[in-house]
Design a binder for this molecule. Structure first.
Ligand SMILES: [Zn+2]
Length: 458
């Protein structure tokens, strides 16, 4: 791949061309702010059309409008460039920092060709429906998002297509100066209003006023990014070797593909027991935030930046290390006995989940169903609204596994009802619960514990 690119590079006259004119193919040199539409030799994307340096028409309605600068990794064959599509999502734009191969894979996402998918997202720049929230100064926290009208559980609060996606391999294999430069260009290539929204975000670093220097962009990204994993929906070779501390219990750090910036969503502050949650839609390349419970006007809308079902000390440590603040959310400021109770509940949740998840365990004498109801109660006491569906699902399986089908159906229905807004209608656990609710006796869990007991008795 790299050889082909270098040949193309050497064989072409490297002039600027205007966006929208007939494109020519070939990679451009790493000069800042070099512009012009460029095609790449990627088999899935170009199907031979643009290879060997021939002139080509854009293979889809809008191709990358800019694709520079580039930096060659000293550690691998990878060459990282900035890929911008200024026309993405009705002119909002999107910039990627990645290799040509990955950029072309990402470009296969339906959002690039189906404007319907992104039409009503991004209300932060072009508002078409009345907002039920506003960005406001929160005492002691900087800016935050506050409800201005009642928001019912499950309602969509905010949605953004990705503004910037940075390939994690760039962070791991390029020198800081190079990926900083790429990130600066990724922001600079976006349309002006979009770029201004990014530059307005908060950063751990002290800021200068626009035009911001490269350190500002990096600070803004470091402070506001979400990890996005592309391996399930878009088939990209994941070849990241993260040096993870074996002690590290963070699920979030397993192997994200991209760091992504969603400016409106980045305004949401953290709470260990949040009232909203976010999820990524691969088809739309969009992150959406929904209410995990009913939210009343005047309430701050919060999400959790971490897996917060862990003791206070671990939560505080993780947030300090990852985001640089001391958590002072309602849960973290509980004192004395109540703090101890909360930590003990978290410990018990882990223990109960461990037992119920073990299908080799036989759970004699209603022990399993008792634990399942305890789990639901613990989730309620801990106000874990964003993951209530998990407790309901475990309870549904447990009741079904001992043949108590009506209670199994009740919990399965609750799991579906609470799961849809948080993880989506097509989530496989939601689908599994829908099947259980519809036909408990036909479900894989039916009488599962009883069969275990019978097998033991033989
Ligand atoms: Zn907290």
């Amino acid at each position: 791949m790299r050889t082909v690119q270098l040949l193309l590079f050497a064989s072409r006259a490297l002039g600027r061309s205007n966006p929208g004119s007939a494109e020519t193919c070939g990679l451009r040199p790493s000069t800042p702010f070099d512009s012009g539409p460029v095609c790449f030799p990627g088999p899935e994307y170009l199907s031979g059309q643009c290879q060997n340096g021939g002139d080509c028409a854009s293979p889809r309605p809008h191709a990358w409008t800019r694709s520079s600068p580039c930096f060659q990794s000293a550690e691998s064959e990878d060459r990282f460039c900035v890929f911008t599509d200024a026309a993405f999502a009705d002119g909002r734009g999107i910039s990627l920092v990645t290799t040509a191969q990955r950029a072309n894979h990402v470009a296969t996402a339906p959002a690039f060709t189906n404007p319907e998918l992104t039409k009503h997202l991004n209300q932060d720049l072009v508002q078409t429906v009345p907002a039920r929230h506003e960005v406001r100064e929160i005492p002691g926290k900087g800016m935050g998002v506050v409800a201005t009208a009642p928001i019912p559980r499950g309602a969509l609060i905010l949605a953004n297509t990705a503004s910037i996606l940075v390939d994690y391999r760039a962070y791991h294999t390029l020198p800081t100066a190079h990926y900083t430069d790429l990130q600066t260009h990724a922001a600079a290539h976006l349309p002006p209003a979009h770029r201004a929204a990014l530059l307005n975000l908060s950063s751990h670093n002290p800021r200068t006023n626009p035009p911001a220097d490269p350190a500002d962009i990096s600070g803004i990204l470091a402070t506001n990014i979400f990890d996005i994993d592309f391996d399930t929906d878009i088939d990209i070779d994941i070849d990241i070797d993260l040096d993870l501390d074996p002690e590290d219990e963070e699920k979030e750090e397993e192997s994200p593909t991209f760091a992504a910036l969603f400016p409106a969503i980045a305004r949401l502050n953290h709470a260990c027991r949040p009232n909203a949650d976010y999820r990524f839609d691969h088809a739309a390349l969009a992150q959406s935030v929904r209410a995990a419970r009913d939210i009343v006007p005047g309430e701050e809308i919060t999400v959790s930046y971490i897996d917060a079902v862990r003791p206070r000390a671990a939560r505080v440590r993780r947030l300090k290390r990852g985001w640089g603040f001391e958590c002072d959310c309602a849960l973290c400021v509980l004192e004395g006995g109540r703090q101890r109770e909360a930590d003990e509940r978290v410990g018990l949740i882990g223990e109960v989940k461990g037992v119920l998840g073990d299908w080799a365990w036989h759970g004699a004498g209603g022990e399993g169903t008792g634990m399942a109801e305890l789990l639901v109660g613990l989730f309620e006491m801990e106000r874990l609204w964003t993951v209530m569906h998990e407790a309901y699902a475990l309870a549904a399986l447990e009741f079904n596994a001992v043949g108590e089908r009506w209670r199994a159906v009740k919990y399965a229905r609750l799991a579906v009802e609470w799961g849809i807004p948080m993880v989506g209608d097509e989530d496989e656990d939601v689908e599994d619960m829908r099947e259980l609710a519809g036909d408990p006796r036909g479900h894989w869990s039916w009488m599962r514990r009883v069969r275990n007991r019978d097998a033991l008795a033989k």
